[in-house]
Design a protein around this ligand. Structure first.
Ligand code: ASP
Length: 310
């Protein structure tokens, strides 16, 4: 049997043990495990990597613990604007959405953009109109309301500042979510979904929905999903850079991820991390922050979730 492999993340950032209770840690780990279970079960049943990453990300979007879907942060208007993207490494097909509101699973909409439209990237109201046409599930404002997120926003509302939900200053620790997978046909895929940054304004778009910045997949090299300060990931074209280092320089997955996150990204002042997978199922979980919510499972006996640095 071919290798099967799935990796997920729930955001990188300053995840301090001092502000983590045993109870919370269990809740995060359970949520990560649920997402791994859901995605991996599909892979085991012969589903494609693109279905598996969508499924794992949907699970994380449905959890209030992570900054995506239900747990999305508040923008400067006190509402939510979500971003997501998905990419199929076999065909290089991709779908992305940005600044959307009310859609329960943004990653599903990104998938519909990929499968059911002639486009790659839809934005705002247009994306929401498309979501209605293709039958995406919408949810009320109450569904997306989270007291903790609201308090986070109130603290910086009106200051003109915006922050990662897991920024250094705030010791907050929920994040963007993502998944990468290898299926039994040898195809890889990547998916990423986020609520972006607390108090963001002016229609700010992060790296998560930008193909090549926060998300990328190519069977020839790797599938990558990123998390961190999006502006730097856009400038570093981080996900594509990992792929390029493998393709043009012949680096292995681990070396390429290390080079990008520990050297190139740091050089321009960016903090964050990524998860990546190659066509034989090697997995890299690389970050330059205190921690990253993450997990991986393979049919070679690997099955783990973790939060802090090892
Ligand atoms: N990368 C995301 C953004 O900048 C934030 C995150 O990873 O939590 O929108």
């Amino acid at each position: 049997m071919n290798n099967l492999s799935l990796a997920i993340h729930g955001g990188a950032g300053t995840i301090l043990k001092s502000s983590m209770t045993a109870e919370k840690e269990i809740a995060y780990k359970n949520a990560l495990e649920n997402a791994l279970n859901a995605g991996y079960q599909l892979l085991e049943n012969g589903a494609s990597s693109i279905d598996a990453v969508q499924r794992a990300v949907s699970e994380l979007e449905n959890s209030p613990l992570f900054n995506a879907g239900k747990g999305s942060v508040f923008n400067s208007e006190g509402t939510h604007e979500m971003d997501a993207s998905i990419m199929d490494g076999q065909t290089l097909n991709a779908g992305a959405v940005s600044a959307i509101a009310g859609i329960k699973n943004p990653i599903q909409l990104a998938r519909f953009v990929m499968d059911k439209s002639d486009h790659v990237f839809l934005l705002g109201k247009g994306a929401e109109d498309f979501a209605r046409e293709v039958g995406c599930e919408f949810q009320s404002k109450e569904y997306f309301y989270d007291e903790f997120r609201y308090q986070q926003w109130l603290e910086i509302k009106g200051t003109g500042k915006f922050q990662l939900d897991h920024s250094k200053t705030k010791e907050q620790k929920f994040g963007t979510v993502g998944a990468v997978a290898l299926d039994q046909m040898g195809n890889i895929a990547a998916a990423t979904s986020t609520g972006g940054m607390t108090n963001k304004k002016y229609g700010r778009v992060g790296d998560s929905p930008i193909i090549g910045a926060g998300n990328y997949a190519n069977n020839e090299t790797c599938a990558v999903s990123c998390t961190g300060s999006g502006e730097f990931f856009i400038r570093g074209v981080v996900a594509f850079d990992v792929s390029c280092l493998m393709e043009y320089k012949g680096l292995c997955l681990k070396a390429a991820c290390h080079e990008v996150i520990q050297k190139r990204l740091l050089k321009i002042g960016g903090d964050g991390g990524l998860i990546a997978i190659d066509k034989v199922g090697n997995v890299a979980l690389e970050f330059n922050t205190e921690g990253m919510y993450r997990g991986k499972r393979t049919n070679q006996g690997v099955n783990e979730v973790s939060i802090y640095k090892d």
